[in-house]
Write a protein that binds this ligand. Structure first.
Ligand code: DX5
Ligand code: ZN
Length: 218
């Protein structure tokens, strides 16, 4: 299991120290939660841009960018400059499949892995036909928009079904879960077939990042 630490709620005053501590604690990725105040009520784009600038100057830990935005193309462009490992866009932000495939192609043309995220209420059958075009499916286990929420257990079934479909069709795709993940429920996600989990609150509120990340990975 790989761990992608969400830096959404990292306090600005000690963010550099926190990023160093998370790198030392061996987080596999930094999860960058970009919100535009339209697709979701919060707006984190300035703060996340600033954090990406710091991160690029102090660490090589890959960036896992999660765009919760309406104007997808302009945010792809503004976060592409940080040379992230992947840029993940929301299925629900597209008007149609053609637009979605165009965004994915644009991300890949720029040598960045492409991901699709689905909200809890989006059924996986909506996206099965685009799986061959992506590297990561980010399954929201909370309603996107803020950290510190409770994991919605009914979303775990979606991960199980996705894992079955991906394995049956020999697709090489990461299944990443995002929202409300902690030491109590991470086992369920592993059983369901997740190979990357996002955690923010569970790690940042713990008094030992390294121990918590190790336990989430185990
Ligand atoms: C929610 C974000 C998640 C969230 C994870 O919209 O996409 O990444 O910040 O934070 P926790 O682990 O606190 O739920
Ligand atoms: Zn996220």
């Amino acid at each position: 299991m790989e761990v992608s630490t969400s830096i959404l709620n990292v306090k600005k005053e000690d963010c550099i120290q926190t990023f160093y501590n998370l790198e030392t604690a061996k987080t596999d990725y930094f999860h960058i939660d970009v919100m535009d105040g339209e697709f979701v009520p919060n707006n984190t784009s300035e703060l996340m841009t600033e954090y990406c600038e710091y991160l690029k100057s102090i660490t090589n830990v890959p960036l896992d960018v999660h765009l919760m935005v309406k104007d997808v193309i302009s945010y792809i462009k503004s976060f592409m400059i940080f040379e992230p490992r992947n840029i993940t866009i929301h299925f629900e932000a597209a008007n149609d499949k053609k637009e979605l495939l165009g965004w994915l192609a644009y991300i890949k043309e720029n040598n960045v892995k492409a991901g699709i995220s689905i909200k809890p209420n989006t059924d996986i059958k909506e996206i099965l036909d685009i799986l061959p075009y992506i590297h990561t499916i980010l399954v929201m286990t909370v309603e996107p928009g803020k950290g510190g929420q409770e994991l919605m257990p009914e979303t775990i079934e979606k991960i199980k079904k996705l894992r079955e479909y991906i394995d049956k069709n020999n697709l090489d795709i990461d299944i990443e879960a995002d929202g409300g993940i902690n030491l109590d429920n991470v086992g369920l996600l592993k059983e369901a077939g997740c190979n990357i989990i996002v955690a923010g609150t569970c790690i940042l509120k713990s008094d030992n990042f390294k121990e918590t990340i190790e336990k989430l990975k185990a």
